[in-house]
Design a protein around this ligand. Structure first.
Ligand SMILES: C[S@@+](CC[C@H](N)C(=O)[O-])C[C@H]1O[C@@H](n2cnc3c(N)ncnc32)[C@H](O)[C@@H]1O
Length: 258
């Protein structure tokens, strides 16, 4: 397990819990504060909820759930039972504490993605938002094989993820050629894809604009570095996307409808 990322996220979630500026930033950028750390815009969140409402399954596993605000929102909006897992102990501590009154619907486990096959539960849908990156997970194909072992027949996987092409041109990164597309195919999953690249570009621009507007508020809290982190990350990724090297996809594998 990459312990540097675990330390990073333990510290990150502890800090943003205390940051009013971060909550306002999320509301402005994502339409609501779910303590987002990925790129799931309001439009994409609506697509996710719509897809989950249409599907038959009511037991959901969310990988890399952070402090669990998305898992809680999914459960509230769809009536599903959600288990969120994350390797950040601090994020899971916050998630459990905040949702202690909803234990029958939302649960959390401090667990690495590589260990999901040790779960006793079975799921109808596995959701992964900005977590199946190759710097977080060593062997993506093995993750999909492990997911196969924990999903019920007719269940499915929903993955939101951005990619950067090694060389110029988006045509180099069609959805089936990314490491997620290849790993899904290698594990025998058929999938459909929604291209979210344009929405991603809008997201980076809004993030940069909002963080710049909010610099003073972050500074007042002593959190200037959190604001600068958002700006530098968004500027870098926007430059890739504008150069045609960045793409974002929503992968869906065979979900049975109601
Ligand atoms: C980029 S953040 C995305 C968080 C959230 N899904 C969102 O979209 O806001 C990645 C999250 O995945 C968790 N994570 C990364 N690698 C993981 C792994 N191998 N096992 C479990 N959790 C992991 C991190 O702690 C962090 O909460």
């Amino acid at each position: 397990m990459p312990s540097n990322y675990i330390d990073f996220y333990n510290d990150y979630y502890a800090r943003i819990l205390q940051s009013k500026a971060h909550a306002i930033f999320c509301e402005k950028v994502y339409g609501r504060n779910l303590c987002q750390e990925g790129m799931l815009t309001e439009l994409q969140l609506d697509k996710l909820i719509e897809t989950l409402k249409e599907s038959r399954g009511k037991n959901i596993l969310e990988l890399g759930c952070g402090n669990g605000m998305l898992a809680e929102y999914i459960s509230d909006m769809t009536g599903s039972n959600v288990l969120g897992i994350d390797f950040s102990g601090e994020a899971i501590r916050q998630a459990k504490e905040r949702t202690s009154g909803k234990r029958d619907k939302v649960r959390f486990s401090h667990c690495g993605i590589d260990d999901i096959d040790s779960a006793r539960d079975r799921f109808d849908v596995v959701v992964a938002v900005d977590v199946l990156y190759d710097h977080f997970v060593e062997d993506i194909s093995s993750v999909f094989r492990k997911i196969q072992a924990v999903i019920n027949p007719g269940g499915g996987i929903l993955v939101f993820q951005s990619f950067i092409a090694e060389s110029d041109g988006v045509e180099n990164l069609p959805a089936e050629k990314t490491y997620i597309g290849k790993a899904l195919s290698a594990s025998g999953f058929e999938f459909s894809v929604t291209d979210l690249t344009e929405d991603d570009i809008t997201h980076w621009k809004l993030k940069i604009e909002t963080a710049r507007e909010m610099e003073a508020l972050f500074e007042k809290e002593g959190n200037s570095d959190l604001c600068l982190f958002q700006i530098s990350k968004a500027e870098k990724l926007l430059s890739y996307s504008e150069a045609g090297r960045g793409v974002r996809y929503f992968y869906k594998t065979g979900l049975r409808k109601e």
